[in-house]
Design a protein around this ligand. Structure first.
Ligand code: NAD
Ligand code: IPM
Ligand code: MN
Length: 352
C-alpha cells in the first residue's frame, strides 16, 4: 500500500475549516483506493506571524521539501500588512520549489448558479495554465528618488526562454490529453518583447504537436470571450500576471470561489507540488461554518491526480460536486448546510 506524506498548511480564517473537510474526503478515498496519507502540520500564516514575527523559517521550508505534496488552506489576516505573507510564504514556496505550472480549471458544475445568463455546464470546461515563477511576480525593480516629485518606480516583467518554453510545452502536453486546442494569451500588440518571446516560442514548439490546434488571443479580448463564448477554450496558457487576473474572472464564471481549485505543479517532481483553493481566508465569515469546502476538496483531488491516483481524484471530484445542487447558496449564512455537514456528505459519497 502506498503512503503519501503531505505537508499541511491550514493557515488562517476559513483555511483550517475547509482543510478539515478535504482531509475527511481524502481519508475516505484512501480507504477505498488503498493508500495511506501521513500529514505533517505546519503552523504558518497570519496567526504565526503575529505571535512570533516568523513567516517561513528556512528549516521549515527544508522540512516541507521532503514531503510528497503540500496542501494549503488559505493565509492572510486583516492585521498583517499586504505582501508579507503573500510574498514571504505563498510566492516563496511557488518559486523555491519551482512550481512553474499553475493549473486553474474553470468548470461550471451542474446545479451551480453562474452570473452569465444562459450559460450551461457543457459550454464551460477549460483549463488555464498560468506561468508561476516569472513575469511581474519576480520582484525585479525599485524606486529612484522615492518620495520626491520626480519619483520613479519600476516593476519589471522577467520572461526567460527557458521559463516560457517549459510552461508552453507542459500546456501542449496537457492539451493532447484534453481536446487538442491550445490558446496562448498575451498582449503582443503592446508588450512587443515579452509577447514576441511567448508567441514565437509557442509557434516553434507547435510542430512537435501536430494534432493540437494552436491559436493566439490578446489577454483583454480573452476576458470578453471567456464571458460570451467560454466554449471556445480548452487549454489556455499565459504569463503570471495575466493568469492571475483571468482566473479570478474564471472563478466568477464558474459560480464563485467556493468551486475554484488550483495546483502549483513542479512537473519534474524533484520538489513537492502545492494544491490550494483559489479563495483566501475569508475573515468575514470565518468561524461560523459558512465556508464552502468544495474548492478545497477539488484541490485535494488535483493533488491525488498528480500523485498518480487518478481514480481517487475522479471519485473526489464527483463526490464534491454532487453536493452542489443541494446547497441553497454557494457559501455564506444561507448555504443550507454547514461546512462540516458538507464535508461529511462528501466523505460518505467518496466512500462509495
Ligand atoms: P477571500 O477569498 O478570502 O474572500 C472574498 C469573499 O469571498 C469574501 O466575502 C468571502 O467570505 C467569500 N469566500 C471566499 N471563500 C469562500 C468559501 N470557500 N465559501 C464561502 N465564501 C467564500 O478574499 P479577500 O477577502 O480578498 O482576502 C482575505 C485574506 O485572504 C487576505 O488577507 C488575502 O491576502 C488573503 N488571500 C489569500 C489567498 C491564499 O492563501 N491563497 C488567496 C487570496 C487572498
Ligand atoms: C492567487 C493570489 C496570489 C497571487 C496572491 C495572494 C499572492 O491572488 O493565488 O491568485 O497573486 O498569485
Ligand atoms: Mn489571484
Amino acid at each position: 500500500m502506498d503512503t503519501y506524506r503531505i505537508a499541511s498548511i491550514d493557515g488562517d480564517g476559513i483555511g483550517p475549516e475547509v482543510m478539515e473537510q478535504a482531509r475527511k474526503a481524502l481519508a475516505a478515498a484512501g480507504d477505498r483506493f488503498d493508500f495511506d496519507l501521513e500529514y505533517t502540520h505546519f503552523d504558518l500564516g497570519g496567526h504565526r506571524y503575529l505571535t512570533t514575527g516568523e513567516v517561513l523559517p528556512d528549516d521549515e521550508l527544508t522540512q516541507i521539501r521532503s514531503h510528497d505534496a503540500i496542501l494549503l488552506g488559505a493565509v492572510g489576516t486583516p492585521d498583517v500588512p499586504p505582501g508579507v505573507l503573500e510574498r514571504g510564504l505563498l510566492l516563496r514556496i511557488r518559486f523555491e520549489f519551482d512550481q512553474y505550472v499553475n493549473l486553474r480549471p474553470v468548470k461550471l458544475y451542474e446545479g451551480v448558479p453562474t452570473p452569465i445568463a444562459g450559460l450551461t455546464p457543457d459550454r464551460c470546461d477549460f483549463l488555464v495554465i498560468r506561468e508561476n515563477t516569472e513575469g511581474s511576480y519576480v520582484g525585479s525593480g525599485g524606486f529612484f528618488r522615492k518620495g520626491t516629485p520626480y519619483e520613479i518606480a519600476t516593476q519589471n516583467s522577467i520572461n526567460t526562454r527557458h521559463g516560457v518554453e517549459r510552461v508552453i510545452l507542459n500546456a501542449f502536453e496537457r492539451a493532447t490529453k484534453r481536446n487538442n486546442k491550445l490558446t496562448v494569451a498575451h498582449k503582443t500588440n503592446v508588450m512587443g518583447f515579452a509577447g514576441d518571446l511567448w508567441w514565437r516560442t509557442a509557434q516553434e514548439l507547435a510542430p512537435q504537436f501536430p494534432q493540437v490546434e494552436l491559436e493566439y488571443v490578446h489577454a483583454d479580448a480573452l476576458c470578453l470571450h471567456m464571458i460570451n463564448t467560454p466554449e471556445r477554450y480548452d487549454v489556455i496558457v499565459t504569463d503570471n500576471l495575466f493568469g492571475d487576473i483571468v482566473t479570478d474572472l474564471g472563478a466568477a464564471i464558474q459560480g464563485g470561489l467556493g468551486m475554484a481549485a488550483s495546483g502549483n505543479i513542479n512537473p519534474a517532481h524533484g520538489t513537492p507540488s502545492m494544491f490550494e483553493p483559489v479563495h483566501g481566508s475569508a475573515p468575514d465569515i470565518a468561524g461560523n461554518g459558512w465556508a464552502n469546502p468544495v474548492a478545497a476538496v477539488l484541490s485535494a483531488a488535483m493533488c491525488m491526480d498528480d500523485l498518480g491516483e487518478p481514480e481517487a481524484a475522479i471519485a473526489l471530484e464527483v463526490a464534491a460536486t454532487s453536493v452542489l445542487p443541494q446547497l441553497k447558496s454557494m457559501g455564506g449564512p444561507d448555504m443550507g448546510m454547514s461546512t462540516d455537514q458538507i464535508g461529511d456528505l462528501i466523505a460518505e459519497r467518496v466512500a462509495g
